[in-house]
Design a protein around this ligand. Structure first.
Ligand SMILES: [Mn+2]
Length: 289
């Protein structure tokens, strides 16, 4: 039997917010008398996310491990609200509001700039300066330094307050938040920020890249699209959404790829995958059914 009361999980292919949230929630719960353990079951953690976390004193590799096999094991999901686990999901802390209803014992899913800020905000005194810096870092990265439409004004105010109170290196954190993608080959477009979403019996996948000048990569696009179409067929997906953010104009393009065609849609702002692209696709999938 497992001795851990709660296993904390970030989403698959965890980003900075998932990693930081898992780490901070473990600390918080254990300081409050629970026995919780943050585990990253992914065999591989995205290199950019590894580097950025390590630069701020958190080594994600320390949390990689195998999930307990106990079918009574309780799980808390951070930064996502749904997941197949070898036990029971009993809690969720997330910032991807959905209309779906769940029967988890604890469910908190609200509009927020990051899950990490939800965990820390209002409880700052329970965290160290370094931990607060990590929560600010996760917020900068998740909102692309406040350029994402999911940025909440009150979270900008909160970050400014934390920077002031704890003398955090704001311009450095701002740069980190822009997270330009290092694209060298077509597969980088497929793999960067790759996430798979399950809606009923249908699956869609999505990736996103952040480029200073997307037009510089135009020659690579035909091979990128054929790669994505192969991926859609092989994985039997309904759709793949490739999101390209232009980090000069802060506009985005989405390429909707299915087995037969590629459609492009341009947006006049920096779109959020979690609160714009995916919900729109989810609606379409349900209408189709
Ligand atoms: Mn997040």
């Amino acid at each position: 039997m497992s001795t851990v009361e709660y296993v904390i999980l970030g989403h698959q292919n965890p980003d900075v917010d998932s990693i930081v949230s898992g780490y901070l929630l473990e600390k918080y719960l254990n300081n409050h008398g629970y026995c919780s353990k943050f585990i990253i079951p992914d065999l591989k953690i995205d290199n950019e996310n590894l580097i950025i976390c390590r630069n701020y004193g958190l080594n994600p590799s320390d949390y990689q491990g195998v999930l307990p096999r106990d079918e009574d094991q309780k799980y808390i999901l951070v930064d996502h609200f749904e997941r197949d686990v070898p036990g029971v999901v009993s809690g969720v802390i997330d910032h991807h509001p959905t209309n779906q209803e769940f029967s988890y014992s604890y469910y908190r899913n609200e509009k927020a700039s990051s899950t990490a800020s939800m965990i820390v905000k209002g409880k700052e005194d329970e965290f160290t300066k370094d931990e607060i810096c990590l929560a600010v870092l996760a917020t900068m990265v998740d909102t692309v330094s406040f350029h994402s439409s999911k940025t909440l004004p009150e979270d900008v105010t909160w970050v400014k307050e934390m920077v002031h109170r704890y003398q955090l290196p704001y311009s450095q954190l701002y740069q980190e938040g822009l997270c330009l993608t290092n694209v060298c080959e077509p597969s980088d477009f497929l793999n960067h920020g790759l996430k798979v979403y399950q809606f009923g019996d249908k699956q869609i996948a999505s990736s996103s890249v952040l480029l200073l000048h997307p037009d510089d990569y135009k020659e690579m696009y035909p091979s990128v699209f054929s790669l994505l179409q192969n991926y859609v067929s092989n994985k039997e997906l309904e759709m793949f959404a490739l999101i390209i953010h232009d980090m000069t104009s802060f506009c985005s393009s989405v390429y909707y790829v299915d087995a037969t065609e590629v459609r492009k849609k341009e947006f006049d702002h920096f779109i959020s995958r979690g609160s714009e692209v995916i919900p729109e696709l989810e609606k379409k999938l349900y209408i189709k059914k």
